[in-house]
Design a protein around this ligand. Sequence first.
Ligand SMILES: [Zn+2]
Length: 420
Amino acid sequence: MTFRSRRWLLAPVVAGAVAAAGLSLANPITAADAGVAKGKARNVIFINGDGMAAAQREAARLYLAGLDGQLTMDKLPYSGQLTTSPHDPKTPITDSAAAATAWATGEKTYNGAISVDVDGNPLPVLGAQAKAAGKSTGLVTTAQVTDASPAAFFANTADRGKQDEIARQYLEVTRPDVILGGGEDWWLPAGTAGAYPDQPAEDPSEASKGTKGDLIAEAKSKGYRYVSTAAELQAAKGGKLLGLFGNEELFQQRPEGQGDVYAPPASLATMTEKALSTLSTNKKGFFLLVEEEGIDEFAHNNNGTRMLQALGELEKAVAVARNYAAGHPDTLVVVTGDHECGGLTVEDTDASDESGDGISAEDGPFAIKGSSQSFKLDWTTSGHTGADVPVTAYGPLAEQFTGKHPNTHVHEVLAQILTH
Ligand SMILES: [Zn+2]
C-alpha cells in the first residue's frame, strides 16, 4: 500500500488554523492542534445525493420549497462546484465508484474501482484514517451498505461488484461503528434468506448471494447490535450498530408505473438521527457518510416523480445534520453529489417545444409548491453525464469549498479534520 506524502496536507491545515485562530505565522501551530485541541473541527457529516447536480437541486427546490423558497441544502452558507471526471481509459464520465474514490482518497481512478489506483493498488481511505485518529465512523445509505459510495470510504477492491468482500472488510479491517442501509443479500450465503425473504414478489432476482459466510453472525460476534426493522433501530442504544433494512436498495428502481417503489423501512433521516446519537458520544469526534441513492437510480429510469421523492428524503436528512451542527459548532457538514445522472433540464410546460420518446422524453408536469405554475423535467440520457455538481457546506473549513475544484478537493478538506 502506498501512502501519499502528508506534507501537502499539512500546509493548508496550518494556514487554515492560523487564519481561523488569528495567529501570527511566526508562531505556527501543529496540524494536531488545529483539529482537536482548539475545538475548531472534530466531526464531519458528508452527504452524497447520488446523481444530484444543479438541475436535480433546482427541480427539488421548485417542487419542495417553491419559486421563492430555499432548500436547507442550499442554505448552507458556502458553495462551490466540483468537476467529476475519472481517470478511466474508456470514458471521461464517472461512475459512483471512481467519484467516491476521489473523495475518500484524493486520487482519480477508473470506473468500478473502490479506492484502488489506476493500477489496482489499494489507497488509504478516510474511513480507516478517521478510526486510526481515534474517531468513531459510520455510514448511512438507502443503497446497499456495500454499494460504491460508502464502500470507497471503508474498503479497497478493484471491482465494485464484490460487495460481500466489501462487507468482510467492514467487519475485519475498517470497522465502522454504525452501518445502516440495504444489501442484506451480500451478508448471507445462498440459501440463507435472512430477515428479508429471497425472491420477493417486487423483485424475484433478489436472493442471498454472499461468499464470505454468515457475516451477520460474524458482526454479532464482533460486538455489533444487529437490527432489521425500524422498531429495532429505534430501540437500539449505544455501541456498534449494523442495520440492514432490505435485500438490495431500500427501493425498487423502475420507470414510473412499472413497479417503482420508494418506501424505505427506515427513512434516511431516521437512520441519520440514530447514527448521530450513536457516534457523537466519542469525544475525539466522528465521521459520518450519508447517502441518498434513489436520486441516481430513479434518474437512470428517467422517473422524475420518484427522483423528486428521493430528493425530499435527502433534504430531510440534511436538516437533521444541519440541526446537529447548529448545536455542535465543531462539525463540518458537506452536501454534494458524485455526478449528474439523466442529462436533466428543468423546462416550462410549453407543449410546442421539442420533445421525444424514451430517453429524450419530457416528464411531468410537476407542481411548483405554493404556486399555480408547474414545470417539466426533460431527460437526455439514462446514464451519467459530465455536468458539474454543486457543493454546499456549513461549519469549520466550509469556506474551503468555495470556487470550482476537481472532486478530489473533498479529500483535501475532509482529511484536515479526519486524519489526526
Ligand atoms: Zn448511477
